[in-house]
Design a protein around this ligand. Structure first.
Ligand code: F6P
Length: 747
């Protein structure tokens, strides 16, 4: 209402001003008209009465003339009549003639514009008309002049009346215009406010019109775009500020999902499932796979619910699912669903063992194992990606679900989903390194793989280095527009944001894993491995994979004992190696090499005390792994190339006593985040041996200082932040998409 008054008050003031200025003008105008009318009327009367008047004058009947004059002035308007025979004569007039009108002063009323005489009852109009005789055309012989006086008080009355009407008209006009102004202003304001609110909600003005929605106003688009830009800037500022203040927890993720993403369901797709049901005789056992991907995503799914689509690889997997191939997990406290996808042995051989792990895995890791590309594997890879795409379609509850596609097993999946669900938000994460364009070039289906990945809304990697390599590769092999300032790739009319999301682990770690005290862990693990209580212990935990640098690690241990024989019999390195991909020749060969090398080194140094290497080629559950971490003096991660390596972060998380030293390969993503570790080149045995010696001799104070810094970083950059940042970016994308005609805006 206050807003409307701002329109109406000035409007009324302007109208009143106009009325005030116009009234005298109208007065003047109407007075002129009336005077002209009275002039004409006077002429008419003079013409009418002069004949009888002349006759009476000729007869010298002055009294009759006065009677005649008195009679005709009974007319409502004609106030008085007089007759002057000459300028010096006495005026012969009706009774009502004002005294100011005398024959000698008649000239005074004859000048133009001088016809008015004020009087007590109002103005009088005086007209002086010369008498003419039809009988004579001689002007000199004209018999005097007639004076006709009209009452003009009716003009004052009419002027008052017109002013009153004028006032009413302006009042009505003012009211009508005000009403219209208020209505229009209110409607426009409401519409505009609704638009702005929609914009702030992330809907609105730039959205493609839906069938039932009113068309958007083209005039608003530039404003909307500016506003949208402003909102984005504010959002990123707020996010930067919030993130720096935020402790990322499962609750934070839930808040993002229900706030930013309006409770949307999240669909995760990965090859490896988080819980594997295995038949062991009569029993069904639930296994947790040794997988960084599972370690990272499982806490996210516990927090977010949703559906995790994965390959059902366990021997009892089919027995526990419902008719839709769903099983609720974790078994002890179900929080989300696994949707299992079944693969034939041929599909698994071609897609998983073949193309993914004999082709893409060595291609991306550059660990000097030649990639093998077979067209039969490629065909299975396409078929299985399609199978998973169908599973996504059947699990999606809306036309724009949020799909988190995991890893190199599904390079083609983003585009397949995009083709079916163009409005889906697809966030893909590549858990392994991305090589430089020259290395990637050897893949016979490089263009198809890149195009498949660019079906994603966001393509995530662990490090900026991998993002750079990916963008360079796209630039080299596709007809795509690469914006290096924003790291957005435009391909086939769609935009993909290439982003760095360093993966991590849950923080704080599960309390159960830290339940046993460090001294107890030290004692028990040493007893379990027949080691004396003060024996120095190193730990390595990996899948038995050639990229993990286990051979290089053993060579470094051998070199340590060569260079510092004091450690012989006083130091043992326990290597936990989870068997993996054992259907692949290269992995079988690698396992044999690892066993042989460990045996050779042990044989060389064993006679002077406990064996230097304790090789445990078996799967260990997280509590056992954490017990080793807490018992150890050092942890050695010597990957030849690794996207991130979560073992490094888990070791840090396990050490709430702020002791223990981490030796970390410079070729892991983790090395970029944990510079307080002893960073080594695993190919340099001497350097690694020196790092081992340094770790074994490091003072408690230095161990504490380094560990404290690393723990601070892992706590802050935990896995909830990893997922939360992706979900926030997804939310921003979805909001931008709603605001624009373009399906994928820059973020
Ligand atoms: O390191 C890449 C990766 O996919 C991880 O994300 C995961 O931990 C590991 O490989 C698991 O491999 P697989 O599923 O073949 O056992």
């Amino acid at each position: 209402m206050r807003l409307s008054l701002r329109f109406v008050l000035p409007l009324l003031l302007v109208l009143a001003g106009i009325a005030y200025a116009v009234a005298p003008l109208i007065d003047q105008l109407t007075l002129g008209w009336f005077v002209r009318d009275l002039d004409s009327r006077s002429a008419l009367i003079a013409n009418t009465i002069q004949e009888p008047l002349l006759e009476q004058l000729a007869a010298g009947k002055k009294v009759k003339i006065q009677d005649f004059f008195n009679r005709i002035t009974q007319d409502e308007r004609l106030y008085a009549v007089g007759y002057c025979a000459a300028a010096t004569a006495k005026i012969l007039a009706s009774r009502s003639l004002p005294a100011e009108i005398q024959c000698p002063q008649l000239e005074r009323w004859q000048n133009p514009g001088r016809h008015l005489l004020p009087s007590a009852q109002g103005p009088l109009h005086i007209a002086v008309r010369p008498m003419t005789s039809a009988a004579t055309a001689d002007v000199a012989a004209l018999p005097g002049q007639l004076v006709l006086v009209h009452d003009m008080s009716f003009i004052t009355r009419r002027s008052e009346e017109s002013k009153r009407y004028l006032f009413y008209v302006f009042m009505a006009l003012g009211a009508a215009v005000s009403l219209i102004t208020v209505i229009v202003a209110q409607l426009s304001w409401r519409g505009w406010m609704a638009g702005v609110r929609a914009l702030l909600r992330g809907e609105g003005l730039l959205r493609r019109p839906e069938a039932h929605a009113p068309p958007s106003l083209p005039g608003f688009k530039p404003i909307a775009r500016d506003l949208q830009r402003l909102i984005s800037e504010l959002e990123s500022e707020n996010r930067a500020r919030d993130e720096s203040q935020l402790t990322w927890t499962p609750e934070t993720l839930r808040t993002i999902l229900h706030g930013e993403l309006r409770g949307e369901d999240v669909i995760v797709v990965s090859n490896r499932e988080p819980y594997i049901h295995q038949r062991r005789g009569e029993r069904v056992e639930v296994q947790r796979p040794a997988s960084g991907l599972v370690t990272a995503l499982e806490p996210i799914m516990r927090a977010c619910s949703g559906t995790w689509i994965a390959h059902g690889s366990g021997s009892a997997d089919r027995e526990v699912v419902d008719k839709n191939d769903h099983v609720a997990v974790p078994p002890e406290n179900p929080a989300y669903q696994i949707r299992r996808v079944w693969l034939t042995p041929e599909e698994e051989a071609g897609y998983y063992y073949g193309f993914a792990n004999e082709g893409l895995w060595p291609l991306c890791h550059i660990a000097h194992v030649r990639p093998i590309f077979r067209s039969s594997d490629w065909a299975q890879y396409i078929a299985v990606n399609r199978k998973f795409a169908q599973a996504v379609m059947s699990e999606a509850k809306t036309k724009n679900p949020i799909v988190l596609v995991q890893d190199y097993h599904f390079a083609l999946l983003p585009k397949m989903i995009r083709d079916e669900l163009p409005e889906a938000t697809i966030i893909s994460f590549w858990h392994i390194p991305w090589p430089n364009p020259e290395s990637f070039a050897i893949c016979p289906w490089r263009e198809e793989i890149l195009a498949g990945m660019l079906g994603s809304s966001i393509m995530g990697f662990h490090t900026q280095f991998h993002c750079n390599n990916f963008v360079d590769t796209v630039d080299r092999f596709l007809e795509a527009r690469v914006d290096r300032a924003s790291f957005n790739v435009s391909f086939g009319g769609k935009l993909t944001a290439v982003r760095r999301y360093p993966i991590s682990i849950a923080w704080p770690p599960d309390a159960e894993l830290l339940q046993k005290s460090v001294p107890d862990c030290r004692r028990d693990i040493r007893q379990m491995n027949d080691l004396p209580p003060e024996h120095k212990l190193g730990i390595g935990v990996d899948r038995l994979d050639y990229t993990k640098g286990i051979l290089e690690r053993f060579r470094a241990i051998e070199r340590l004992l060569e260079l510092n024989p004091d450690w012989i019999g006083r130091f043992t390195f326990v290597q936990i190696a989870a068997p993996t991909r054992s259907g692949i020749d290269e992995y079988q060969h690698h396992e044999a090499q690892v066993r042989t090398l460990a045996a050779r080194i042990n044989a060389r140094f064993e006679r002077r005390g406990p064996a230097p290497i304790g090789l445990k080629i078996e799967q260990h559950a997280p509590p056992q792994v954490y017990e080793y971490f807490r018992a150890a003096d050092l942890c050695f991660v010597s990957s030849l190339h690794d996207g991130m390596n979560l073992v490094a972060k888990e070791f840090v998380a396990a050490r709430d006593d702020e002791r223990g030293v981490l030796i970390l390969s410079e070729f892991t993503g983790a090395a970029r985040e944990l510079p307080e570790a002893l960073i080594v080149n695993p190919y340099d045995a001497d350097q690694c041996a020196a790092a081992l010696h340094l770790a074994l001799s490091m003072t408690d104070v230095e161990q504490r200082d380094r560990m404290r810094l690393m723990r601070g970083l892992v706590a802050e950059f935990n896995v909830f932040r990893w997922a939360g940042r992706m979900l926030l970016d997804a939310a921003t994308k979805r909001r931008h998409n709603r605001l624009t005609d373009k399906p994928d805006l820059l973020i």
